[in-house]
Design a protein around this ligand. Structure first.
Ligand code: 4AD
Ligand code: MG
Length: 460
C-alpha cells in the first residue's frame, strides 16, 4: 500500500501528477460541487488538504466520510491557491478503510481538555497536541541514543526483573507466579515455591548492573522502563517511567555534572532543530515563551551549588515554604523549583547532599557528613536528574550497607566490583518523562507518556 507521507507531500519541491496520501480525516467541509478533506497521517503536525470534485470516482465514495475516518486519496499534487499551505491534492480516487460514526467518535473538531483526553488515551495521538508530544518524545529518545553513540558509550540492557532494591526505598512492585493466598509454613522461605525461589521485583533503576558493565566496558548507558510503587499522586511521578542511566569509569562527580549538562543541552538543541513545528505548537498553546526559554537554557552554563549553599539560599529567600529548608532534610519540589526558577533562573546542579537522605552507594566525602551526590534541578519541574559518584572503597561501602541495616552478603557481586579492580566511577539517572515535560511545557507526567500508569490507574 504505497503512500507518500503528508510531511513529504507538504515539503515537495514540485507538483506531481500522481500521489497517494493515506490518513485520518480531521475535517470535512462541503461546498457546491466539491468537498474539502483535511488529512493527517501523523508524519507531521500539518494536514494536507484534498479537494474532491463532483464527477470524480472519489466523489462517489464520500458518503459517511467524516472526522475520524481513515482513507487513502489518490490524485494530483498541485499548488494550493489557498493561504497556509503550498500544496494540496486534487483527488481522483479514494479508498475508504474505516468510517467513524460522528455520533460516537469522541474526537470531534473542538478543543478537548487534557483530563478528558486521558480517558481516551488510545485515541489521543490523533490530536494535534498529543501527536506533537509523541513525535517530540520520539525525537528526544533518538537524540539520547545519538548523543551517547557520538560520545563512545555502549548501550547496555539491564534486567527488569530483579532481586535487589537499588534505591533502598522499598518502593518496588513484586513479581510472582504464586496464586494469591498461597499458605506459608512458619519459618519457611515464603518464596520457596515461587518462580525464582526468592523475592522478585520490577527494577527501580538499572544502575547497579550498569556499574558492573561500566567496570568492564568503560562508558555505558541504559535507557529503559523503571517502576516505582510510590503512592504519590503528583504531576511528576508515574509508577512506570523511562530512565536514561549513563555510568562511566574513571570519572568523579564534576565529570558527572558535565555529562548531565551536555546530554540535556544536546537533546534540547536537537528537538528545537528537528521538530520546530511541533515545538511551535507547544510554544503557542501550552507554554508561552517555551522555545526562547529552552534556547536560554543552552546558551549559558548551568548553575552549580552545594546542598549547603542551597539551604542557605532557601533560608535567606524570605519565602514561606510549606516544608522547612534545613540542613539534613531533603529538598522538596517547592525548594527545587525556587532554586531553578527564581534564584538561578536556569538549571542548577546541586551537589554534596547529607548522606542520611541519599542511597547507600554514593561516595562519602571527606567531611563524613555528605556524599558526592548531584541532582540537576530545572525550572517548572524540579528534579530532572539524580546521580552521584559511586563509593569505590570496599570497606566504606560495606560499612554504609551495615549502617542501613542491610546484609552485605546480599550485595556480594556489587561488592566484588570493589574487590577486583575498583576505580572511581559515576553516573546518573535522567527521568525521560520529566525531560519530555521540560521540552514541551506539558505540566502533568500523565500527558508526557502515551499510556500512563499511576496509582489506581491501569487502563489500556
Ligand atoms: O533520583 P532517582 O531515584 O535516582 C536513581 O534511581 C539512581 N539509581 C539513578 C542513577 O544514578 N543511575 O531517579 C532518577 C530520576 C529522577 O531524577 C527523576 O527525573 C526520575 O528518575 N524519576 C521519576 N520520574 C517519573 N516518575 C517517578 N516516580 C520517578 N522517580 C524518579
Ligand atoms: Mg532522586
Amino acid at each position: 500500500m504505497l503512500r507518500t507521507p503528508v510531511a513529504e507531500a507538504l515539503g515537495a519541491a514540485s507538483a506531481a501528477s500522481e500521489i497517494r496520501i493515506g490518513g485520518w480525516v480531521r475535517t470535512r467541509r462541503d461546498a457546491k460541487g466539491f468537498s474539502f478533506l483535511e488529512l493527517n497521517d501523523g508524519s507531521c503536525l500539518g494536514n494536507i488538504q484534498c479537494i474532491v470534485d463532483e464527477g470524480t470516482a472519489a466523489w462517489d465514495k464520500l458518503e459517511g466520510v467524516n472526522t475520524g475516518a481513515c482513507v487513502a486519496v489518490t490524485g494530483e499534487l498541485v499548488e494550493s491557491p489557498g493561504k497556509g499551505q503550498k500544496w494540496e491534492v486534487r483527488a481522483k480516487d479514494m479508498t475508504v478503510f474505516g468510517l467513524a460514526d460522528p455520533e460516537t467518535f469522541p474526537l470531534q473538531k473542538k478543543r478537548h481538555s487534557d483530563e478528558f483526553l486521558r480517558t481516551i488515551a488510545h485515541l489521543r495521538s490523533r490530536t494535534n497536541k498529543y501527536g506533537a508530544a509523541f513525535r517530540i518524545r520520539a525525537e528526544a529518545a533518538h537524540a539520547v541514543h545519538d548523543f551517547f553513540y557520538q560520545n563512545g558509550f555502549y548501550y547496555v540492557h539491564t534486567p527488569i526483573l530483579t532481586g535487589s532494591d537499588c534505591e533502598g526505598a522499598g518502593e518496588m512492585f513484586r513479581v510472582t507466579t504464586l496464586p494469591l493466598n498461597t499458605p506459608v509454613k512458619p519459618g519457611e522461605n515464603p518464596y520457596a515455591q515461587d518462580f525464582f525461589g526468592k523475592e522478585c521485583s520490577l527494577t527501580v533503576s538499572g544502575q547497579l548492573e550498569a556499574e558492573a558493565l561500566a567496570l568492564g566496558l568503560g562508558k555505558v548507558y541504559t535507557f529503559g522502563p523503571t517502576f516505582r510503587a510510590e503512592n504519590s499522586n503528583t504531576p511528576r511521578h508515574a509508577a512506570e517511567f523511562w530512565m536514561i542511566e549513563p555510568e562511566v569509569a574513571f570519572t568523579d562527580i564534576n565529570d558527572n555534572m558535565d555529562l548531565a549538562e551536555s546530554l540535556t543541552c544536546f537533546v534540547i538543541n536537537r528537538v528545537l532543530e528537528r521538530r520546530a513545528d511541533d515545538m511551535d505548537l507547544f510554544d503557542r498553546f501550552v507554554d508561552k515563551g517555551l522555545v526562547d526559554r529552552l534556547k536560554g537554557m543552552v546558551a549559558q552554563p548551568f548553575a552549580r551549588c552545594s546542598y549547603r549553599e542551597a539551604i542557605d539560599i532557601l533560608k535567606a529567600s524570605g519565602k514561606n515554604f510549606e516544608y522547612p529548608a534545613k540542613f539534613g532534610l531533603d529538598l522538596q519540589t517547592e525548594h527545587e523549583r525556587f532554586l531553578a526558577e527564581e534564584h538561578f533562573k536556569r538549571p542548577v546542579a546541586v551537589y554534596d547532599y547529607p548522606k542520611e537522605i541519599k542511597a547507600f552507594y554514593m561516595r562519602q566525602n571527606d567531611d563524613r557528613e555528605t556524599v558526592a551526590a548531584m541532582d540537576v534541578l530545572v525550572p517548572r519541574i524540579g528534579e530532572l536528574i539524580g546521580g552521584s559518584q559511586r563509593e569505590e572503597r570496599l570497606d566504606v561501602l560495606e560499612s554504609r550497607i551495615r549502617e542501613m541495616n542491610q546484609d552485605p552478603a546480599n550485595y556480594w557481586w556489587y561488592l566484588d566490583l570493589r574487590r577486583f579492580g575498583s576505580v572511581p566511577h559515576s553516573g546518573f539517572g535522567m527521568g525521560f518523562e520529566r525531560l519530555v515535560m521540560m521540552l514541551t511545557g506539558i505540566s502533568n507526567i500523565r500527558d508526557a507518556l502515551p499510556f500512563p500508569r499511576t496509582p489506581g490507574s491501569l487502563e489500556f
